[in-house]
Design a protein around this ligand. Structure first.
Ligand code: CMC
Length: 427
């Protein structure tokens, strides 16, 4: 028998259906709450509010489980390529060999970016943050593909999806090249996705650049681990913007902006800066633990805590292991890895962190790997965005396919009650 939830307001009883997801999570469907009772719910930060039914990603924060379309993150990170995972997220199934070849070929052959986009890029100051540049240029892409304004036809949307997947890495490398005073590199369509990105980042016209397979494999893994994470801040932003039927480029651009914040994707940059600060301060991890516990300090331990995980973030486990492996293989000795491990060990024994169930999240160790790969700190969140792109696309597509209504939360108004206008000369 299907369950119901009962609410009593002023002695009157109302019933609402309980719906159950495929992993047994339960939700009270309050779609008719206001119609029936005149009341709304208030849930600041949406801590208890499901915004949608989604078939893309499952995560169990208590158990530390993460799956894309039913496949465990551990399996995908170990055995799949990033483009395979992108296909899985966007189209719902792992691709057959033929589907994969076609998808990979399409992405590979759309990497070139319109030269006029370069002119827009040239206008940015040399020290512009790469996330601001990325968000602006993705938004600008809508002007180059105006058929996206009416992207109801599925084949048109598919082409925009390919364009976004193919061109985001190209655009992402421009900021780095400019910051170094180096010419930008054109994509090389003979290379696979990760190798092409690395080559655009690091190749110079004056010498031969060989992609290190260790670096490329590490990048592949990191991108997979970031590829989707259900209704987080940036993904919800993409869905909300897209729900007004805004085009896919504007929606993704908004997601990039949301990701930039230090409480979300921007945390990976903050973590490395924090670890560097601890190192420069003599490596006293306890001092920073104490600061994080002191609410008046305004300091948080970046890379710790998560809205949904109240256990180890499974991505953090994989990344910690990968950080050890990659640094060893590349022969990199980064003292901040030791500081990170000490900080983690100290926090996991501290009553403050234990009682609040604060564990390392995906951003805690990822920056250490990015740094070993040669990626500069201000590009870390850009790397997150490249990884998250297929997730955003999949979520945008699901929202459009399901014809979800425009997102429009309500509020409880707490401002002044009605009052009379006072003319300026009388104030
Ligand atoms: N350091 C110190 N205290 C913390 C931290 C932290 N990193 N995170 C949470 N707390 C405390 C918080 O002060 C609160 O304490 P109290 O109950 O005494 O008021 C309690 O733990 C619950 O925290 P919250 O802020 O209510 O939890 P939230 O779900 O709203 O926030 C979070 C989640 C990720 C924003 C937060 O844990 C945080 O700011 N972490 C640091 C930033 C970070 O690493 N962000 C990346 C998140 S994972 C990747 C992603 O989403 O992009």
């Amino acid at each position: 028998m299907s369950q119901i939830a009962e609410v009593t307001i002023d002695g009157q009883n109302y019933q609402f259906p309980v719906i159950e997801g495929s992993e047994r999570e339960k939700a009270i469907d309050i779609a008719k709450l206001r119609d029936q009772t005149g009341y709304i719910t208030l849930d600041s930060g949406f801590k208890n509010t499901g915004a949608t039914k989604s078939a893309i990603t499952f995560l169990d924060g208590e158990e530390g489980i993460l799956r894309y379309r039913g496949y465990s993150i551990e399996d995908l990170a170990e055995k799949a390529s990033f483009l395979e995972v992108a296909y899985l997220l966007i189209y719902g199934e792992l691709p057959t060999q033929e589907q994969y070849q076609q998808f990979e070929h399409e992405v590979r052959t759309h990497t070139l970016v319109n030269e006029d986009m370069r002119k827009i890029f040239e206008g940015f100051p040399v020290n512009a943050h790469p996330m601001g540049v990325l968000s602006s240029l993705v938004s600008a892409m809508s002007a180059f593909y105006p058929d996206t304004y009416d992207s109801t036809a599925e084949d048109v949307t598919d082409l925009h999806i390919i364009r976004l997947m193919a061109k985001l890495p190209t655009i992402a490398t421009w900021s780095y090249k400019k910051s170094k005073g180096h010419p930008v590199n054109y994509p090389n369509n003979n290379l696979d996705y990760c190798s092409n990105f690395l080559s655009m980042m690091f190749a110079l016209p004056v010498e031969k650049y060989e992609v290190d397979p260790v670096v490329s494999a590490a990048l592949n893994k990191l991108l997979i681990l970031h590829a989707d994470h259900e209704q987080n801040c940036s993904t919800s932003t993409v869905r909300l913007v897209g729900s007004s039927q805004a085009n896919i480029y504007s929606s993704i651009s908004a997601g990039i902006s949301a990701l930039w914040g230090p409480l979300h994707g921007g945390a990976n940059q903050e973590v490395i800066e924090m670890l560097e600060a601890i190192k420069a301060d003599g490596g006293d991890t306890q001092k920073y633990i104490n600061m994080a516990k002191d609410k008046s300090s305004g300091f948080r331990l970046f890379g710790f805590g998560h809205r949904v995980y109240k256990n180890f973030d499974p991505r953090a486990r994989i990344i910690k292991k990968a950080a050890n492996e990659v640094l060893t293989k590349l022969g990199v000795n980064d003292p901040v890895l030791e500081i990170a491990k000490q900080l983690e060990a100290a926090a996991l024994e501290d009553e403050y962190f234990v009682s609040r169930k604060l564990y390392p999240n995906v951003d805690f160790y990822s920056g250490i790997i990015y740094r070993a790969l040669g990626i500069p700190t201000n590009m870390f969140t850009v790397m997150f965005a490249i990884g998250r792109l297929p997730g955003w696309i999949a979520q945008w597509k699901e929202m459009r396919t399901n014809k979800e209504p425009i997102g429009r939360p309500r509020q409880v108004y707490v401002g002044p009650a009605q009052r009379d206008f006072v003319a300026l000369e009388s104030r």
